[in-house]
Design a protein around this ligand. Sequence first.
Ligand SMILES: [Zn+2]
Length: 178
Amino acid sequence: MPTTAKWRFAGSSCDLRVVRMNEIKAFIDGEGKAVIKCPECHEVRRVDVTGYAKLERFVRFNVKCPCSNTYKVVLERREYFRRQVQLTGMCLIQNGAQGVDVYIRDLSRKGLRIELMKDAEITLGEKVMVEFRLDDEKRTLIRKDAVVRSMRGFHIGLEFFSIDPHNVYDKALGFYLM
Ligand SMILES: [Zn+2]
């Protein structure tokens, strides 16, 4: 499949975060590939974007589809990519007074989505601490403060309270998500 042919960097200097009309949003996966879909013929392609991953936070480029349609893609950089995971861990709530066993459903450098194993009193905006081990070779421990950003039943969206490239857990997460 000629996935890398016929697309090029658009080089726009305006606010790249704004997704305009006729633009497709794509994310970089764990292998440095982005899945993009032509809005005309709906052909799905997985293109190698490792060269773009280190550039800006957002990258915009054009794709010329074999169906002759040309469309724009906004690529979101790797660190915001959510990786689906099957991990378990602990969420400490109410200032650490209660620990709840959780499944970890996805993970990014910004935060994670968890599912509670049992009912617990969690409030939107609450600061919690999550602790879990990655499924890498060393089963690396991650321990991060996070803020509750969304709640839907037992599904909770958490955003890390801080991201520090020198923090040992942030480093481990970054390596895991590469
Ligand atoms: Zn097409």
